[in-house]
Design a protein around this ligand. Structure first.
Ligand SMILES: [Zn+2]
Length: 83
């Protein structure tokens, strides 16, 4: 068995995004986060959209990370991955 670091799933990434954008993730988590983004188009686009939203609104809107928004997002991801 390898001792490879377990990769983040898209769902874990979504759950960590607020901490990531606030610079609140521990270094190891931060690296795993960026590693995931580097190989996942859907999450790259998701992060870009959130960054743009923050740039426009000046802050992260509450509803951007509501459970409903998360679920829609994850369903969109599944569509991407099976395409
Ligand atoms: Zn992803």
């Amino acid at each position: 068995m390898s001792e490879q670091v377990e990769q983040l799933s898209c769902q874990e990434l979504v759950e960590l995004v607020t901490d990531y954008l606030e610079g609140a993730l521990p270094e190891e988590e931060h690296l795993r986060f960026e590693d995931h983004i580097s190989r996942c188009d859907a999450c790259t686009i998701y992060i870009e959209q959130i960054r743009q939203t923050i740039a426009v609104a000046g802050r992260l809107p509450e509803d951007a990370l509501s459970p409903e928004a998360e679920r829609e997002l994850l369903e969109a991801f599944r569509g991407w991955h099976s395409a």
